[in-house]
Design a protein around this ligand. Sequence first.
Ligand code: 13P
Length: 258
Amino acid sequence: MGPLPGPRSLRTPYVAGNWKMNLDRRSAVELAEAVRGHAADGVDVGLFPAMLHVDEVARVCAGSHVRVGAQNCSDEPSGAFTGEVSAAMVKDVGARVVLLGHSERRHVYGESDAFINAKVIRALSEGLEVMLCVGETIEERRDGRTEDVCRTQLVAGLEGVSRGDLERVSVAYEPVWAIGTGETATPEMAGAVHAYLRGVAAGLFDEDVAQALRILYGGSVKPANAAELMAVPDIDGALVGGASLRPDTFLPIIVAAS
Ligand code: 13P
């Protein structure tokens, strides 16, 4: 019998682009076509276009290795919630996954852990996958509170999620101070938080599901730093903002994950 597979081999690398509030319809389609046309053996690829473009981008990526997601969804199933989009609507137009708890939702729009958790439960109950983001601010890191903050966000975000449903959840560790700043956590810094979060997941569920849980790193990931970050055993991929907006900067990050 050969050697037992290491924990990392349980987890397929996952690279996702969060396009945030960028691109028009035509450039979203062109970028999706470029990503779709790029073979990525052994890597799961995700795209999170702006809500209005999810439908079209999902059509472009249908039947490919690229999964399309929304950057947000409502915690409510339907009804009089002006401006909101339900998880069922997101799924209906072809999205497979929803990004929840992004720091811009937490810090710009004041979303609480309880609110994010309600969205997580709603999205999972509609059959979507969830990518749950957690991460500390620079003040919290300076105060030595990184682990506390990330643990609280993870535990609260996953409250009420069953062991079975956790298979449809991935986590993105995105230190707020590294998002859009050009400042990246070192592989050692990020790896330490990823290992810590995996331990938190093991405590919440068990070691097997924690080993299967994919934890992505996000925050100024670029072609130049992607390989060294994803070489860390507990870093299972990348959630990419700015560098996901162009094929020449996003595709090399996918290659770095393979
Ligand atoms: P940047 O890659 O632009 O730092 O953004 C990271 C991010 O917020 C992805 O969700």
